[in-house]
Design a protein around this ligand. Structure first.
Ligand code: SF4
Ligand code: SF4
Length: 56
């Protein structure tokens, strides 16, 4: 299990600043979660202004 960022991402960066493990980084077209590092804490989900992050 890991959190996943959908194509609704606006690349605002809020989630990356919120993740306690810094496992979110900027990808080519949207931000992406490193699924191997994510511990499903849910912090990024609440930080996203457009609801683009969900638990897989
Ligand atoms: S659920 Fe937690 S650990 Fe996983 S990407 Fe979001 S903030 Fe980081
Ligand atoms: S907070 Fe939401 S919109 Fe902003 S970079 Fe993260 S996933 Fe994209």
């Amino acid at each position: 299990m890991a959190h996943f960022i959908s194509d609704d991402c606006l690349s605002c960066g809020a989630c990356a600043e919120t993740c306690p493990l810094s496992c979110i980084s900027e990808g080519d077209t949207k931000y992406v979660v490193d699924a191997d590092a994510c511990i499903d804490c849910g912090a990024c989900e609440e930080a996203c202004p457009v609801g683009a992050i969900t638990a897989e």
